[in-house]
Design a binder for this molecule. Structure first.
Ligand SMILES: NC(=O)c1ccc[n+]([C@@H]2O[C@H](COP(=O)([O-])OP(=O)(O)OC[C@H]3O[C@@H](n4cnc5c(N)ncnc54)[C@H](O)[C@@H]3O)[C@@H](O)[C@H]2O)c1
Ligand SMILES: N[C@H](CO)Cc1c[nH]c[nH+]1
Ligand SMILES: [Zn+2]
Length: 463
């Protein structure tokens, strides 16, 4: 590992690349979910075929522990909350309160549109029945992701929620106690000790829990792990690949894989802030991406220096350095903020910070990002925990077409069509004409027959 971390440069000055050229020129190489699909497919298939037993075996292989049961006993949740550090509890409560405030405003009301007199279409918003919420637990512990998953699901009115998180060897095969405590704080009582691709597969296919003794030694019977309808939540490349494989059988939120931060900055940005924010997201994963897009070569050089100074002190230095020196991280030099906006819009980062003059105006011109953080006092870390915004956000360019987790993720809009006889009669000829134009005359007949019975001749023509 080189002592000095000099971020790779992509120099776009004097050029106006097309969007396609930008996408291939920008640093994002390291995170290709396709490259691990062949590793993840056998895991998903084994869990499909052998259920919880296979999931437990993979837990043993990848997490170094085989829990006695997949489902965490109820009393472990209560105990975890009782033992939770008071400052962490207070912080979680603030996070929950603010996140609830924002997500309460996302609730949708049904709309009734009177299309014509006697003809209405109602859009009814119905929560998904049972959801699986993935909470990562490999490199770090993510009670904040319990909050970010559970709060919108509850605000949407989902009735059945299960949280899945990897078993931890240090805690006898239970997920980390702060995860259990956060679940208890939020009123979620179904938590499974399963992580990675095997968790996504078990949520998809369900299974029967083992008959073994519970974690505290009390004998318990096997119980049904009912499959879910939708899986949400962030995770590493294996979790993301499993979600890609299971999509369709279950609903899946946007791919929220290894973390990314892009920062659009000019000469007014503070290099110490920029470097700190880049490190903060790089500490998630060796595959995390930190990208600075700037008009200022002076800032770029100062950020390299600030990174060096801060890396000396950062706890997960090796992970951060690997992420910063990977092909997914770097500094992109541009001629103007206008060009910078073209770059960040093409990149569609999970998190985008705007550290420029008139940051709000610049932010208003961003078209693609998971979440935007405006000016010097809104670092990504604030959004990770306590802004009220959601931190489960699309990565790898998915922000071009998808949004972060929200109440909407957990709702289905159902159109309820209600027409009177005369309203149908009024439009009947148009339905029949369109049906004939599509060579689907039985569609037209389904309308015509309501007003005219088949004559023998017409029946003959139909045949
Ligand atoms: N985009 C977002 O919204 C968002 C939010 C929070 C975290 N994240 C990301 O979530 C990820 C969390 O990753 P993590 O690793 O800490 O926890 P994780 O829970 O996602 O992954 C840990 C699991 O990965 C599996 N695993 C590990 N090595 C494997 C291998 N070689 N083959 C198959 N499976 C394997 C194990 O089963 C383990 O349980 C990070 O990449 C972080 O950046 C993203
Ligand atoms: N930055 C992550 C989203 O990519 C969320 C997170 C949780 N804890 C810390 N950070
Ligand atoms: Zn983070």
């Amino acid at each position: 590992m080189p002592a000095r971390t000099e971020l790779a440069r992509v120099d776009l000055r004097g050029r106006t690349p097309s969007v396609a050229e930008l996408r291939s020129a920008l640093p994002r190489g390291g995170v290709d979910v396709d490259t691990v699909l062949h590793q993840v497919r056998p895991v998903v298939e084994a869990v499909r075929d052998r259920g919880a037993d296979a999931a437990l075996e993979y837990g043993e292989k990848f997490d170094g522990i085989r829990p006695a049961r997949v489902r965490v006993p109820r009393e472990e949740l209560t105990r975890a909350l009782a033992d939770l550090d008071a400052d962490v509890r207070a912080a979680l409560e603030v996070a929950i309160e603010r996140t609830r405030k924002v997500h309460a405003d996302q609730r949708r009301t049904d709309t009734v549109t009177e299309v014509v007199p006697g003809g209405t279409v109602t859009e009814r918003w119905v929560p998904v029945e049972r959801v699986g919420l993935y909470v990562p637990g490999g490199n770090a512990v993510y009670p904040s992701s319990v909050v970010m998953n559970v709060v919108p699901a509850q605000a949407a009115g989902v009735e059945s929620l299960v949280v899945a998180s990897p078993p931890q060897a240090a805690f006898g095969g239970l997920p980390h106690p702060t995860i259990l405590a956060a679940a208890e704080l939020l009123g979620v009582d179904e938590v499974w000790a399963v992580g990675g691709a095997q968790a996504v597969a078990l949520l998809t296919y369900g299974g029967t829990d083992t008959d073994a003794a519970s974690i505290d030694g009390t004998a318990v019977g096997g119980s049904e792990l009912a499959p879910v309808d939708l899986i949400t939540g962030p995770g590493n490349i294996y979790v993301t690949a499993a979600k890609r494989l299971c999509r369709g059988l279950v609903g899946i939120d946007a791919e929220a894989g290894p973390t990314e931060i892009a920062i659009l900055a000019d000469h007014t940005a503070d290099p110490v802030h920029v470097a700190a924010d880049m490190i903060s997201q790089a500490e998630h994963d060796v595959l995390a991406a930190s990208v600075l897009v700037t008009t200022s070569t002076e800032l770029a050089a100062a950020v390299d220096d600030a990174l060096d100074a801060q890396l000396e002190l950062t706890k997960h230095r090796e992970r951060v350095q690997t992420a910063l020196s990977g092909s997914q991280s770097g500094i992109v030099l541009v001629d103007s903020i206008e060009d910078g906006l073209r770059v960040v819009n093409a990149y569609a980062a999970e998190h985008l910070e705007i550290q420029t003059e008139n940051a709000s105006d610049v932010a208003a011109r961003v078209r693609s990002a998971g979440a935007i953080f405006v000016g010097p006092w809104a670092p990504v870390s604030l959004g990770d925990y306590c802004a009220g915004s959601n931190h489960v956000l699309p990565t790898a360019g998915c922000a071009r077409h998808s949004s972060g987790l929200s109440v909407q993720t957990f709702l289905r809009g159902i159109h309820v069509v209600d027409y009177s006889e005369s309203a149908l009669k009024d439009v009947a000829r148009h339905v029949i004409n369109l049906a004939n134009a599509e060579d689907l005359p039985a569609h037209g007949e389904a309308v015509r027959l309501r007003f005219e019975r088949l004559t023998d001749g017409a029946a003959e023509a139909q045949r």
